[in-house]
Design a protein around this ligand. Structure first.
Ligand SMILES: Nc1ncnc2c1ncn2[C@@H]1O[C@H](COP(=O)(O)OP(=O)(O)O)[C@@H](O)[C@H]1O
Ligand SMILES: [Mg+2]
Length: 324
């Protein structure tokens, strides 16, 4: 049998989503079994590990993302993180949820799809009001697929590199083939729609055009996400270049309830009067409800209570609504 340390290491690597380490520990357990005369177990484990390695389509090595090191061409333009967020952490309308599940499924099964000449969905446009989970979605997709999240700082691209933005964008798109990841162009309205001032409109237009050309040409294995708050002002040409457009909205009462339950799971909320609370969430985004829950939780902790009262949560929600 495996030692206690090996078992702990196995579970730890699973929790941390470290696939390589997980398999390495499994191999150590197999080796240990072989040494202690359990040949059959050793062979079975070895076969399981070999199988697991084979069935990891699109495996990535997210440990190194060299191009964002200080001093590299893309330093200051792209930030790399390794999110642990999962789609299950999100509260989404069923249609939105199934769109995202579809992206994950197609990406995981990319090899099978490509064998039939069917490229998986990789280029996504996320549209919806602030605080509805667009940025979080990029993290969750990265977390779900064990990919690094590479956030492209569009504002920096525009303000710091006027005149050479197309060249910089080219570098970003080049990186997509080299380093597989989820590439997020957040606040895409900066180039995809914003009412731009007269003196930078030409430049912005050029950036958008280069972006669209690069997007169209891209044949990498990376996922490319553009997220924007603005729908009306988006350029029509945009919609055609993406494989999918995912729309977000303010949460329904049912979703608001799920959000509150998720965020206050550590407290006693059995007494909450939902019928009076839920109307108080109208007009609030996911982000605002999340913050109201955090405020109510802080109130409870500071008052050394383990119960969240309807009054306290209602007050926090009302504060969020009347902030502007
Ligand atoms: N759909 C959601 N499900 C759960 N939490 C959410 C959701 N949308 C937003 N949040 C919470 O609000 C925060 C900000 O949301 P964010 O993804 O930045 O919104 P957006 O990018 O659409 O403006 C998130 O980090 C999360 O805590
Ligand atoms: Mg955002």
């Amino acid at each position: 049998m495996a030692t206690a340390e090996q078992l702990k290491a196995l579970v730890r690597s699973y929790t941390e989503g470290d696939n390589d380490r997980f398999l390495a520990v499994a191999m150590q357990i197999a080796a240990h079994a072989a040494r202690t005369g359990k040949e059959k177990l050793a062979q079975e484990l070895q076969a399981l590990v070999d199988g697991a390695k084979k069935h990891r389509p699109l495996e990535v090595r997210p440990r190194s993302v060299p191009f964002v090191r200080t001093g590299s061409d893309l330093a200051g333009l792209v930030t790399a993180t390794f999110p642990k967020t999962r789609l299950a952490d999100m509260v989404l309308a069923p249609v939105t949820r199934s769109r995202l599940d579809r992206v994950v499924l197609e990406y995981r099964e990319a090899d099978r799809l490509l064998a039939h000449g069917l490229p998986p969905r990789r280029k996504l446009l996320l549209i919806g009001p602030p605080g509805s989970g667009k940025t979080m979605t990029a993290s969750a997709l990265a977390g779900e697929l064990s990919l690094p999240l590479l956030a492209v700082q569009l504002h920096a691209l525009i303000s710091r590199f006027m005149g050479e933005t197309a060249a910089k964008l080219h570098l970003v798109f080049d990186a997509m083939s080299r380093t597989r990841g989820v590439y997020l162009f957040d606040e895409f309205d900066a180039i995809g729609g914003r009412r731009v001032t007269a003196n930078d409109v030409g430049e912005i237009r050029r950036i958008l055009n280069s972006f669209l050309q690069f997007l169209e040409r891209d044949g990498s294995d990376s996922i490319i996400i553009a997220a924007t708050n603005l729908v009306e002002t988006l350029d029509d040409a945009l919609f055609r270049r993406f494989d999918d457009v995912v729309r977000y909205g303010l949460p329904s009462e049912e979703l608001a309830k799920s959000l509150i339950r998720n965020h206050l799971a550590a407290f006693d909320i059995a007494e909450l009067a939902w019928e009076s609370l839920l109307p108080a969430t109208h007009g609030l985004s996911h982000a605002e409800i999340t913050r109201a829950c955090a405020d109510a939780a802080k109130d409870a902790v500071l008052a050394e209570l383990s119960t969240i009262t309807t009054e306290s949560l209602a007050a926090s929600l009302a504060q969020r609504l009347h902030r502007e």
